[in-house]
Write a protein that binds this ligand. Sequence first.
Ligand code: TXA
Ligand code: MG
Length: 352
Amino acid sequence: MDKIQTKIIKVNERKPEKELVMEGVDLIRKGKLVAFPTETVYGLGANGLNQEAVKKIFMAKGRPQDNPLILHTSSIEDIRPLVKSISKEAEMIMKRFWPGPLTILFKKSSLVPEIITAGLDTVAIRMPNHPIALELIKESGVPIAAPSANTSGKPSPTSARHVIEDLHGKIHMIIDGGNTGVGLESTVLDLTQKTPMILRPGGITLEDLQKIIPNVEEDLSIVKDDKDIIPKSPGQKYRHYAPKADMIVFSGKLEDIVMEIKTKTKEYISKGKTVGIMATEETKTRYEEGLIISVGNRENMETIGHNLFNTIRQFDEEDVDIILAEGVKKSQIGTAIMNRLKKASGGKIIKV
Ligand code: TXA
Ligand code: MG
């Protein structure tokens, strides 16, 4: 692929400067790629109704063609032409959670190009809760297709620096709006089946959704730690968020986790390996060896979600051979954190 001149612009995340956002709008309208911040992770955007533009997303990321994309809109009204129908349930959920970290699957209309849905009859749509994203979409006047703005297989980007690492020279613009908030990708909710089903856990949790749709369930691949269960959502089957180092996640009682990680650290170091320990605020002083990074606070698990992908990238920069990570409780946002740890480790979760 020819090298592309990547323009990086810094935009105020609370009050985006209109003239700067319009530079991105101009590129989207011309069928080019623009990376932009959302409240979850950075997205790699293209005009979602322009097949040729969307093709460039797959090329820049090295993304498998069978992995469908999310369309981003700036209002609930804008989704009507993209879907066959909107159920009462969907109306309620959109009203409650949009804009926000929730993607909803609908039956697609014929307006949505095949390349977006990878041939499926459903389309994933979300309205992000971020001033820059909303302004970019609104002014472009089209739904914006946007996967996470990372090279396929790498952790999703939570800062412009991460996007630069992965995509500089491959896309036309990166809008730098600082660090993202949630830090994990949106929850993907399928409302096209009889039972509402969470296909990917994220910032809007099972517990949040149960308040509006009590019969909502989680895909088996989320509930079980077993790595042989094939997820329903195409993107969930790939080893994602993979650090260069091997990674092992320990789950169970916190005290047991700490003891086990200490033992394993000694073992690996005696074999001449460099060890990274993904600890938490509550445990970080308990370790004596290895490169210890606290990923956040167990009492406030949102902080762990916020920092997770950056921490994985940090271990990569330090070039450790193996990462030993503490697991968290699988409730609220902890479900999404464990789901990402499961994928980062290729399913290596050890119960202690
Ligand atoms: O927070 C997010 O969702 C971010 C920001 C940029 O909005 N985007 C994101 O996109 O994470 P991506 O492409 O990295 O992940 C989209 C996920 C994939 O797992 C994909 O397989 C799934 O959504 N997906 C998209 N369309 C689908 C469909 N029609 N049926 C089932 N899964 C679908
Ligand atoms: Mg992704």
